[in-house]
Design a protein around this ligand. Structure first.
Ligand code: ZN
Length: 198
């Protein structure tokens, strides 16, 4: 039993649900915030505002507050080269390289038999429609080199095998087990340049 009031325990439990935050960090964040009432107010306001405005881009599933995200609506981006990533953090990492002028498709997850994540829970059916619609020339698989990332890359490569486009994968400059999100720009940039046909 905790000596803390229920509402604080509930708040800690909410923070604890976030990735990379354990119960200790969750408590630390909550106590820290509760000592700063002004910051709590602006945080609550920012969260409510973001939640009200944000939605998935209907093309690529990036987060946006507009009809299309800023990448899909940019006429300078090549819509026939589609880079497949797992999440928003991966788009951030790829954009930082400044090397890619195509568009993205966010799967919003990776296949994971252990966690019961199957192809129909990812944005794969939308991807297939989009490849036809955009007359895609190349698909670049930029997925983590983890078990889930590899399984997803293989699944997609098989699925796209008979499509009239090149399917490539980021080169292995990225260490095994690494996340795209945490890979530095130089490594990611060279992995993109040296991508391998699948
Ligand atoms: Zn988009």
């Amino acid at each position: 039993m905790s000596y803390l009031p229920d509402f604080i325990q509930k708040l800690i439990a909410e923070f604890d649900k976030l990735p990379g935050i354990g119960p200790k960090t969750a408590s630390r964040l909550v106590f820290n915030l509760l000592h700063r009432p002004d910051d709590v107010r602006s945080l609550a306001q920012a969260l409510t505002e973001a939640q009200a405005k944000v939605h998935f881009c209907p093309e690529c599933f990036n987060l946006t507050d507009d009809a299309l995200c800023s990448i899909c609506s940019n006429p300078q981006r090549n819509k026939t080269i589609i880079c497949i990533v797992a999440s928003n953090q991966d788009v951030e990492a790829m954009e930082k390289t400044g090397e890619f002028d195509g568009v993205y498709h966010l799967l919003n997850g990776l296949l994971s038999p252990l966690e019961g994540i199957t192809p129909d829970q990812l944005t794969i059916s939308s991807l297939l429609k989009r490849l036809d619609k955009n007359n895609a020339q190349e698909v670049i698989l930029a997925l983590d080199q983890s078990m889930e990332g590899e399984a997803t890359s293989l699944y997609l490569a098989k699925l796209l095998k008979d499509k009239p486009m090149t399917v490539s994968q980021l080169a292995r400059g990225i260490p095994m087990g690494a996340n795209i999100e945490y890979t530095d720009e130089v490594t990611l940039s060279s992995a993109l340049q040296n991508r391998k046909k699948m």
